[in-house]
Design a protein around this ligand. Structure first.
Ligand SMILES: Cc1ncc(COP(=O)(O)O)c(C=O)c1O
Length: 398
């Protein structure tokens, strides 16, 4: 099919949630490259919004999908699943959690975290301890509870009444958090490095104070690591940057190397609040998803891609910093590892994104002023040099 035919089909049959998409449709990928219907090649500096950590069609991912699909794809969670147990073990042995539950997406993993936190206190005899405090500018998903958790009115306003007992407070303001806590607060839920609001890492001191506050007030600390987890920020988990451990954290995006999977990860005694019948999923943790995620995570660990993310992220930020010296309209370059944003003082982000696309580079934009780069963790300095030179040309034209 031609691009025009695909667009016409989409416009007629697909719900218009994504508006006018960028006018391109990919047909093939390899490493950090993608090719479109016209045979044009692109460097992927977005990685499906932090999903394709190993780039496209990585042999380990292809092998895991193919081998599992040839055996069988799905069975119910009524039965034991080898790859599910092995993936849970791999996550536990490389993180601070004791037990894992698998979902299909980030929002679903977060739903599980919210349910677990409320259930934990209910089972301890505090059924009214169900309030959850989140941070302004956060993003936790599009389901009704995760929308209520998301501290951005633009996502919430059309879906009122929201799921009750969520409240958001400004990030890096420990007093605001302390003031918002009541005897009914069961959890504080936050992204240690906010992604969708344009890559905003929380202050280290703040996160430590939040941990202390939660300990002092008997409140569960949940980290949403859906975007910042799995090597994205130069460490396997975002929490490692802060010298604290959450009680519960969630994963998705890069966990499956492109295959949909989410994970709810919890320490004891919180994990054990879920007992038979308390939670479940038809697809969550199925053999195909878990075998693929096992391959993705093992490759990230064995090839030390978190370290590559740290080194390449530093290089990318350094090169963007040089562009900042050259172009006065670059206000700030920020990020951790390969979760990087560049903020402009003028509303040119969309134009920059489109021009980058025309020049064969995929990036994201946040609002009008921020571009975001989340390339695969396998990226090299040579790839970054090519991107910086293309971005330089784009900025020159603007
Ligand atoms: C931090 C964070 N949490 C949750 C989500 C929702 O994940 P999903 O789209 O897989 O439901 C996202 C998606 O961007 C995210 O960045």
């Amino acid at each position: 099919m031609t691009l025009q035919e695909i667009i016409a089909l989409d416009k007629k049959y697909f719900m218009n949630t994504f508006g006018d998409r960028l006018p391109v449709c990919f047909v093939k990928g390899e490493g950090i490259k993608l090719w479109d219907t016209e045979g044009k090649m692109y460097y992927d500096f977005l990685a499906g919004i932090a999903v394709n950590a190993l780039g496209h069609s990585h042999p380990a991912i292809v092998r895991a999908i193919t081998e599992q699909a040839q055996k069988f794809i799905h069975c119910s969670n009524y039965y034991y699943i080898e790859s599910q147990a092995k993936l849970a073990q791999l996550i536990v042995e490389n993180s601070c959690c004791d037990k894992v539950f698998f979902a299909n997406s980030g929002a679903e993993a977060n739903e599980g975290a919210i349910k677990l936190a409320r259930l934990y206190f209910r089972k301890k005899g505090f059924p009214k301890k169900f309030e959850i405090i989140t941070l302004e500018k956060s993003f936790h998903g599009r389901t009704l509870a995760t929308l209520a958790a998301t501290g951005q009115e633009k996502y919430q306003k059309n879906y009122c009444p929201l799921t009750p007992k969520f409240l958001s407070v400004p990030m890096n303001d420990i007093e605001a958090l302390e003031k918002a806590i009541t005897k009914y607060t069961c959890a504080v839920m936050l992204e240690p490095i906010q992604g969708e609001s344009g890559v905003n890492p929380a202050d280290k001191d703040y996160i430590r104070q939040v941990r202390e506050l939660c300990d002092r007030k008997d409140i569960i600390l949940i980290f949403d690591e859906v975007q910042c987890g799995i090597g994205r920020t130069g460490k396997l988990f975002g929490y490692e940057h802060f010298g604290v451990e959450p009680d519960i954290f969630t994963l998705a995006k890069a966990l499956g190397g492109g295959f949909p999977i989410g994970a709810l990860c919890a320490k004891e005694p919180f994990a054990s609040a879920f007992e038979p019948g308390d939670h479940g999923s038809t697809f969550g943790g199925n053999p195909l998803a878990c075998n693929t995620a096992y391959a993705a995570l093992s490759t990230i660990l064995n090839e030390n891609l978190s370290e590559n993310s740290a080194v390449m992220g530093e290089y990318l930020i350094e090169k963007l910093g040089l562009l900042k010296e050259k172009y006065s309209f670059i206000k700030e370059v920020r990020g951790k590892g390969l979760m990087v944003a560049c903020e402009f003082s003028t509303p040119i982000a969309n134009e920059v994104k489109i021009k980058c696309l025309e020049n064969g580079f995929l990036i994201g934009s946040v609002g009008n002023n921020i571009i975001r780069m989340l390339p695969p963790l396998i990226i090299t300095k040579a790839d970054i040099d090519l991107y910086i030179s293309a971005l330089d040309n784009v900025l020159k034209e603007i």
